[in-house]
Design a protein. Structure first.
Lengths: 272, 657
């Protein structure tokens, strides 16, 4: 485990800061089913943190706890040094946590540009009447937001589909648009739920590059769930491994790779 | 300067033309580039300032007179400025194909001994760093896009905008030096060095002087009455001579505006937004556009389809005549007008060609149907024949004398003669100075009187005086029985079918002709989709029995048409195969301008070629492929060898050479 409390600089020159989010003894139950059992881990500023595990391990539930969609029965979520009270997802979003979804949740009938613009909602302050009248502050605000969105479009290289309705796009591009929308919120933590599921090798390579670039260029902290072990090991700084709702490993990719419990979970040793 | 007196009004260099434009057309747009979704524009005055700042920055970095500055990036104003800024300080710009692999780039950089490179982004920087150790003279890299480069060692890396910033700051110190260097430029100074694509052997550095570029730009502009009001879209590779002539030579001579698309993928949208008045595209671009139109029409409703076909039939009949100003009946004119309202106008708008006044295609033969399609819509598409060594122009088609099988009359100022062997020679003010560090090639290409061998065989049509090109002189050969073998001619006939993207015909010194074929994935893929034929890759589709049948049909049709020509009846394709991979410049099978390298292909696929001649039905083969980033892999496949029916002809007569 890494123990520097004030942050450090990695071998390749990236700055990893102090802990920004901490999960303390989280337990989440649905009726009698225990989805997450007493899990604790932390996320440091500027790092890429992966949560992996076999199907049904509770990864997505964990992400939903972070994004405020589920409220754990036990345990605490600490964010930026303060305990977070139970919140609605939109309140969590306001705190600077954005996410993408495992099964793409875009507005299919709207253009890519409009979809990404919705990500700027948090940055829009002018009221209903001001927007309806359009002149003055509302107009200036829209121009500023559009500029921010265009920079993201440029960054993710989706200029050619700017005006295309999302419904007409292939899967890999939709995933990228979803990332664009999450980025438009200028999050301090970005949650990615299986960003590479269902992609071919080339699309995976593209996506990996974009994730690294986002982290590198904007210093965004990224927490991601992923099945593809190769991708996870290459991308992330630290990995949490879950199995049957429990944490069975936590550490750098190398540490996790050599952890006997993790090997068992992935190779399918009989559970008692 | 004694020589420069012959230049019109003292305009003896590109920087001199820039100064004139900045003075006389200060507020007119010189460059536009779409970025962040908006067209950004620079007036001539602003462009001049940007270029001056960069030129001063070059001085600050220590660029000496006669240095070579390599330039690699997609068409963006920054790179055009870099070329002109290099000229301003007496250096020579060398544009490089931005998609070339590190090895190819290394060859060019090493050959010219470039000390500096202006490149676009991380991708190019990585390539240069990879080969840097082998380039003894190479020193500094200037990049435009900083993304991903922050952590690189910045002792030899500079951001474009910072170089300009330093240049502006150093104006008081270096302004005099810059002015002195600029004033030394004459008609004889080197304007640019361009590397030929090289269908055979290594690329050669063609040195073009200010005289070459300015004279060629001037006379061709007069030929087509170009004005300062033209709009062009710069999207063709900057390392290609055509782009240099259109986007720098003619643009600076006429002071018209050069528009740069947002990215390669948005080219079609940007084309439509700009609506160029002067447009150049290789046949392949026109082919792709037409294929897309046809595919979309097949998906359209019944009424629209009917209307489209009705008016296109009319257009094919009377459109070209109306365009050429020939007499056409009143009724047809009215109907054409109606067609314009319903079909042609909207279609041209979608294609982005509604404002095109002068359009050119060159580089390869264009299919007659494709050529006629555009002309029948009322787009003044013409052909030209040229090469890097001629600063593009050798022949041009004058308005009203446009045909798809000739390349037109000698461009103004160009003399042409046909040698005994049939090879075309020319002499013009645009004729290159020499090949860099290669006096033997210079001597063998350009004789002391200035006549240059084109390497193409052709003849003047007796009735019209138009030049007709048959084939590359090098490729024309003889078959085993002595009959004429003209592969390019046959390949072009094959390529006119939308399903066939590329064809390579063999037969030199052999009993019969055979061919390798690449299918067009867009056209054939669409056909497969509509017929519920599933496929996962190019390779799978290429091997599909129905596809092979279709292609055989095309080959047999070509054979029938060849049989009608006694000279070429022996070039009928007896056997062919559809290749398991697309021919690619990354694998060295084509040049960067997408011309096939016949000998390399024959060598690389020797096993396949052998199988075509030994009568076997199928063959298993493994081929090495190179990915874009230079890594290697291999693909293997079992290919079917298909026999095509041929039309029997008289026993061979020896064709005239």
């Amino acid at each position: 485990m890494l123990d520097q409390t004030e942050g450090f600089v990695t071998e390749d020159g990236r700055k990893i800061g102090p802990v920004v989010m901490e999960m303390k003894n989280i337990t989440l139950r649905f009726g009698g089913v225990v989805a997450i059992k007493d899990i604790s881990f932390d996320i440091r500023e500027g790092e890429i943190r992966a949560i992996i595990g076999p199907n049904g391990a509770g990864k997505s539930s964990m992400l939903n706890v972070i994004s405020g969609f589920y409220h754990p029965q036990e345990g605490e979520v600490w964010y930026k040094g303060a305990k977070r009270p139970a919140m609605k997802p939109y309140q969590v979003a306001r705190q600077g946590i954005a996410r993408t979804f495992q099964n793409i949740a875009l507005f299919e009938g709207m253009s890519v540009l409009d979809n990404v613009m919705t990500g700027r909602f948090r940055q829009m302050t002018s009221g209903f009447w001001a927007q309806a009248l359009w002149k003055g502050p509302a107009e200036r605000e829209e121009i500023a937001n559009r500029e921010a969105v265009e920079r993201i479009i440029d960054f993710l290289e989706i200029q050619h589909i700017r005006k295309t309705p999302v419904g007409r796009l292939p899967y890999g591009l939709k995933k990228r648009v979803e990332l664009a929308r999450a980025l438009a919120a200028e999050p301090s933590i970005l949650l990615l739920d299986e960003p590479m599921a269902g992609m071919n090798v080339e699309e995976k390579e593209d996506m990996s590059r974009f994730i690294l670039d986002v982290n590198d260029e904007f210093g965004t902290t990224i927490a991601l769930i992923e099945h593809d072990m190769g991708v996870v090991m290459d991308l992330s700084d630290r990995v949490v491994v879950m199995d049957y709702g429990k944490k069975i490993g936590d550490g750098t990719p190398d540490e996790v790779r050599n952890n006997q419990d993790v090997i068992d979970a992935y190779l399918g040793v009989a559970h008692d | 300067m004694a020589q420069s007196s012959e230049a019109a009004g003292g305009l003896a260099s590109i920087p001199a033309l820039l100064a004139r434009n900045a003075r006389e057309h200060a507020q007119r747009p010189a460059y536009r580039e779409k970025e962040f979704g908006i067209w950004q524009s620079w007036s001539w005055a602003e462009a001049a300032q940007e270029i001056e700042a960069l030129a001063l920055g070059f001085l600050e970095l220590g660029v000496a007179e006669g240095d070579f500055i390599a330039i690699a990036g997609r068409n963006r104003p920054y790179f055009y400025w870099a070329m002109v800024a290099a000229q301003c300080v007496g250096a020579v710009p060398v544009p490089v194909y931005q998609d070339s692999a590190a090895e190819e780039m290394a060859y060019v950089m090493d050959h010219c001994g470039a000390r500096f490179a202006v490149v676009e982004d991380q991708e190019q920087v990585d390539k240069l760093i990879e080969v840097q150790d082998r380039l003894s003279e190479f020193e500094q890299i200037i990049y435009v896009d900083p993304r991903g480069l922050r952590k690189y060692d910045h002792s030899v890396l500079h951001q474009f905008s910072e170089v300009q910033e330093k240049g502006r700051a150093a104006y008081d110190r270096l302004g005099v030096e810059l002015a002195a260097r600029r004033s030394k430029l004459s008609y004889d100074s080197v304007c640019v060095m361009l590397y030929t694509s090289g269908t055979t052997g290594k690329p050669k550095g063609v040195v073009l002087s200010n005289r070459n570029i300015i004279e060629a730009s001037k006379s061709s502009s007069e030929f087509d009455h170009l004005t300062k009001g033209e709009e062009v879209l710069a999207y063709l590779p900057m390392a290609w001579v055509g782009d240099f002539i259109f986007s720098i030579g003619q643009a600076y001579w006429n002071a018209f505006c050069v528009n740069c698309p947002e990215s390669a993928d948005t080219m079609q949208t940007d084309l439509r937004e700009i609506g160029p008045t002067y447009y150049f595209a290789p046949p392949r671009v026109f082919e792709t556009q037409l294929t897309n139109v046809m595919i979309r029409m097949e998906d359209a409703g019944r009424f629209k389809q009917k209307m489209f076909h009705h008016f296109m039939d009319l257009a094919r009949r009377v459109g070209p005549d109306i365009l050429d100003g020939k007499p056409v009946g009143m009724i047809d004119r009215l109907r054409y007008g109606l067609g314009n309202l319903c079909v042609y106008g909207p279609l041209k708008d979608t294609l982005g060609l509604s404002r095109v006044r002068v359009g050119y295609t060159a580089g390869e033969a264009i299919g007659p149907e494709i050529f006629e399609f555009y002309r029948s819509l009322g787009i003044n598409l013409k052909q030209l024949y040229g090469q890097t060594e001629a600063s593009v122009f050798i022949t041009l088609q004058p308005d009203g004398e446009v045909r798809n099988d000739t390349v037109g009359v000698a461009a103004p100022g160009v003399e042409i003669k046909i040698a005994e062997s049939g090879e075309v020679f020319y002499r013009s003010p645009g004729t290159f100075e020499y090949y860099y560090k290669n006096p033997e090639s210079t001597a063998s290409t350009k004789d002391p009187e200035g006549w240059v061998a084109t390497g193409d065989a052709g003849f003047f049509e007796p009735d019209t005086g138009h030049l007709k090109i048959i084939d590359r002189a090098k490729d024309v050969g003889k078959m085993a029985d002595g009959a004429l073998f003209a592969p390019k001619y046959v390949e072009n006939k094959l390529k006119f079918f939308p399903n066939i993207l590329e064809a390579v015909v063999f037969g030199n010194g052999r009993e019969m002709c055979t061919a390798f074929i690449n299918i067009d994935l867009t056209a054939v893929g669409n056909w497969a989709e509509r017929n519920n034929i599933g496929y996962a890759s190019y390779q799978e589709l290429a091997g599909h029995p129905q596809v092979l049948d279709t292609i055989r049909g095309h080959v047999e049709e070509v054979n029938r048409s060849l049989a009608e020509d006694p000279m070429l009846a022996h070039c009928q394709v007896h056997r062919f195969l559809v290749l398991h991979k697309e021919l690619d410049a990354d694998d060295g099978e084509m040049t960067r301008t997408r011309k096939v390298r016949r000998n390399i292909i024959a060598e690389k696929f020797a096993d396949l070629l052998g199988a075509l001649y030994d009568g076997s039905d199928e063959i298993f083969t493994t081929t090495e492929v190179t990915y874009e980033d230079g890594r290697k892999g291999s693909i293997s496949a079992t290919l079917k060898l298909v026999d095509a029916e041929i039309v029997p002809v008289e026993p061979a007569r020896v064709a005239a050479e």
